[in-house]
Design a protein around this ligand. Structure first.
Ligand code: HAM
Length: 423
């Protein structure tokens, strides 16, 4: 019986994993600079968490969730996104009571959405995201956005564009909602069944309907920015001013509607404008959410964050011709010139590995030439050859594979010498 990957999933092979490590490391360094700490939540949650959190009129909840009943008959869902689980954990662990406020968290891991797979869109994909809970200060909005932008710059992605919008506060959104209903209602029968249901439930969702996005009424729909009250406008202006102070360029797109229901005030997306990327260029999306903690029975707490698609970031790097490391460094390859040296080779690689020096040996009974070839194929920085005289004297020729230079090193000095060379 031959098996294949489920549609929309990928194996990340060892050749690629070094790139993932590189991105994760770079992100963790930046998260540390900004003082965000990692949180790990389960891969599945109670279905209701997403229904209430992300919103049951969204495509994610109504069409794309991997939902199943567990053996106890409870409805569970593989997480389609990371914000609702993080907010659940924030409430469950009463982090609103932490002395340290705001609570700044980051996460990474697989998310699951039953979408039509295509370039940059999978059913299991990976996000790195952050959430800052407990502050409604506009400088946090600017911080969250700058963290994402600085990450992209750090890994070498320059051709990116930051697009922003504001959905305003509750009052502004209610006014906008009325305007949308008045706009669509006379011709709502020209829209798909979902949109007809959305009209009174959540008319904002009509704007990002995948079926009706070409309808002329969608293009002429009233934009939220015209409905922002003074407070919401002032907030948005402050966020923009902070971004300008950090010299972060952005464009305002009044039609930017994110596909999740929890947003208010600032929303943003960062796109790759690399040529040939195609339709799916959004690398990162996020925004403010003020009602979610309360929705999950916590005290009224403002939050803001983003999620970025790791596969899409890797794709953007590829399109931009930016090469990332493909494998981890191999410091020393131990070569055996005769069978009698096998035990010493086992002992030596063990000593090196225990000293945090990456080491490798032959396992296929290759001749010296074959082992040397293996060492250079693996990119070994150094080799030592164990032959008769080496076994007798305990002195090895340490060869620098790049320069060809050799130096004699006593076995007892090997670890110290390699550690110095690695610095
Ligand atoms: P989202 O826009 O649904 O937001 O997803 C964020 C990012 O995840 C997207 O910009 C994209 O890069 C990636 N992504 C989404 N779906 C797929 C897919 N099917 N295949 C590959 N990549 C995908 C959220 O998930 C929010 N939780 C973000 C957030 C955090 N808002 C506030 N805090």
């Amino acid at each position: 019986m031959k098996f294949q990957l489920p549609r929309g999933t990928r194996d990340i092979l060892p050749e690629e994993v070094a790139k993932w490590h590189f991105l994760e490391k770079a992100f963790m360094k930046i998260a540390d600079n900004y003082q965000y700490r990692e949180i790990r939540t389960p891969i599945f949650e109670h279905t209701e968490l997403f229904e209430r959190g992300v919103g049951d009129s969204t495509d994610i909840v109504s069409k794309e969730m991997y939902t199943f009943n567990d053996k106890g008959g409870r409805s569970m869902t593989l997480r389609p996104e990371g914000t609702a689980p993080v907010v659940r954990a924030f409430v469950e662990h009463k982090m609103y009571g932490n002395v340290d406020q705001p609570v700044k968290l980051f996460y990474r891991g697989s998310m699951f959405r039953y979408e039509r797979p295509q370039g940059g869109r999978q059913r299991q994909f990976n996000q790195i995201g952050i959430e800052a809970l407990g502050s409604a200060d506009a400088s946090i909005d600017a911080e969250v956005i700058s963290l994402a932008m600085n990450f992209f710059y750090k890994i070498g992605l320059k051709n990116i564009q930051l697009v922003m919008n504001s959905l305003g506060d509750k009052e502004s959104r209610l006014r906008h909602r009325e305007a949308l209903i008045n706009h669509f209602e006379p011709q709502i029968d020209e829209f798909c069944e979902d949109c007809q249901k959305r009209l009174h439930k959540n008319p904002l969702r009509i704007l990002d309907c995948k079926k009706d996005h070409e309808h002329p009424l969608v293009k002429t729909a009233p934009a939220i920015l015209a409905f922002l009250n003074d407070d919401s406008l002032a907030y948005f202006e402050q966020v923009k001013a902070y971004l300008q102070a950090m010299k972060i360029d952005f464009t305002v797109d009044a039609t930017l509607v994110r596909g999740l229901d929890y947003y208010n005030h600032t929303t943003f997306e960062i796109m790759s404008i690399e040529e040939g990327f195609g339709a799916k260029a959004t690398l990162c999306g996020g925004g403010r959410y003020h009602g979610l903690v309360e929705e999950f029975a916590g005290p009224q707490t403002p939050g803001i964050g983003f999620g970025m698609g790791v596969e899409r970031v890797l794709l953007a790097l590829e399109k931009a011709d930016i090469s990332l490391p493909e494998k981890e460094v191999l410091t020393c390859y131990v070569i055996t010139a005769q069978k009698e040296a096998n035990t010493k080779a086992v002992e030596l690689v063990n000593t090196l590995r225990q000293a945090d020096i990456s080491a490798e040996k032959d396992y296929l009974d290759r001749k010296i030439k074959g082992q040397l070839k293996d060492a250079s194929r693996k990119g070994a920085l150094y080799t030592v050859i164990l032959g008769e005289s080496e076994l007798e004297t305990g002195k090895y020729q340490l060869k620098n594979m790049a320069t060809g230079e050799q130096e004699e090193v006593a076995e007892t000095e090997l670890v110290a010498t390699l550690l110095t060379r690695m610095k």
